[in-house]
Design a protein around this ligand. Structure first.
Ligand code: FPP
Ligand code: MG
Length: 349
């Protein structure tokens, strides 16, 4: 049973991998120039710093480029919304490009802080910021990235957009704090986990999508679709992330596996597994802090349907995200938003 479940997961992943690769290639190709402008503008935004130590520390994570997933989604959504408005020019505006840039800067700032909190060792296959720059400078560099992103955001001059992105910060902090706790009962625990997941991961995608829709001048119903698309995509993304922590390898991920358990975190695979193995409850409540807790939880997840159910739940959210994208006027970009969603389920890192 255990072997069948895992091999089914990998077979599905493998068969979708080639399509998924081409989907992301197409999506990136269509916004390639804008993505280049995003990275170039981030460089300039941080380059103004007159304190060399702070400047170089804040530029560190941007040197080894990440997936640029958040700006990619925001830029595609911007173009899809511009087309929904039947504008003669559907090109991304400077303001929309700024939202895409700010989304990457906020994301990176949170990673710098998160790596300190998690006492991580590697990120994207290289030593984490605080091991290179020291904890204090690393924390300040996260603050500085956030400060520069706020300045860039204010230049848009749209208070509604500023408010949306400010809500992202509110959400991220609360999500991270929620992750420190859990709930007594199984049902409450799962609801807590899902709310944490929205706040920590999906809120940035949801509100960035809503912001670019607003800047396109779309109706309320279209900006709601944009928000819901980002929300569903983000939740699916995190569920798959939580699954990869059990099925991927550290080489592929660029960070250690079973990291969540070692940090005391009970994610969807463990929460589902606890329905089959109620003895996991006490381990979850003590955050896998006693000898062999991590190993016991790992085995329980692998021997249960926890991974398959996590994948099924992610598939439900991807399906909802597809429905949202289908609600936008049909365009090459809306089709690519759908292709991106499908890629989530087959991603390896
Ligand atoms: C990565 O989680 C962390 C986040 C997505 C959000 C972190 C949020 C904060 C530190 C609080 C807000 C901070 C600011 C600057 C507003 P993970 O540990 O699950 O992922 P990982 O495995 O990639 O480290
Ligand atoms: Mg972390």
């Amino acid at each position: 049973m255990r072997r069948r479940t895992l091999s089914a997961l990998f077979t599905t992943s493998r068969s979708m991998f080639s399509q998924a690769n081409s989907a992301q290639f197409n999506a990136k190709e269509i916004v390639r120039k804008d993505l280049e402008r995003v990275t170039e503008r981030i460089g300039k935004e941080l380059d103004v710093c007159r304190l060399p130590g702070l400047k170089h520390a804040s530029q560190y994570y941007f040197k080894k480029q990440g997936k640029l997933f958040r700006p990619l989604v925001a830029l595609l959504m911007a173009r899809a919304c511009n087309k929904t408005q039947l504008k003669s020019n559907s090109e991304v505006t400077e303001e929309q490009l700024t939202v895409a840039m700010v989304s990457e800067m906020i994301h990176t700032a949170t990673l710098v802080h998160d790596d300190v909190i998690d006492q991580a060792q590697t990120r994207r296959g290289q030593p984490v910021s605080h091991l290179v720059w020291g904890t204090k400078k690393s924390v300040f560099s996260g603050d500085y990235i956030l400060a520069r992103s706020s300045i860039a955001l204010s230049r848009i001059g749209n208070p509604f957009v500023v408010e949306l992105l400010a809500h992202v910060l509110d959400s991220l902090v609360k999500g991270e704090v929620m992750q420190l706790g859990t709930r007594e009962t199984t049902a409450d625990r799962f609801a807590h986990y899902m709310e944490k997941t929205f706040r920590k991961t999906a809120s940035l995608l949801a509100l960035s999508c809503q912001a670019v829709a607003l800047l396109a001048g779309t109706s309320q119903s279209v900006s709601d679709l944009a928000y819901q698309y980002g929300r569903n995509l983000g939740i699916a993304f995190q569920l798959v992330d939580d699954m990869l922590d059990f099925v991927s390898t550290s080489d592929i991920l660029g960070k250690p596996v079973a990291a969540d358990l070692k940090l005391g975190l009970a994610t969807a695979p463990v929460l589902f597994a606890s329905e089959t193995y109620p003895e996991l409850d006490s381990l979850i409540l003590r955050r896998f802090s006693q000898p062999n807790d991590v190993e016991k939880a790992w085995d329980a997840v692998k021997n249960s349907d926890g991974l398959q159910r996590t994948r099924d739940l992610a598939a439900q959210y991807t399906s909802d995200a597809v429905t949202c994208a289908q609600g936008l006027a049909y365009s090459h970009e809306s089709a690519l938003l759908i292709a991106l969603v499908q890629e989530i389920l087959s991603r390896k890192a």
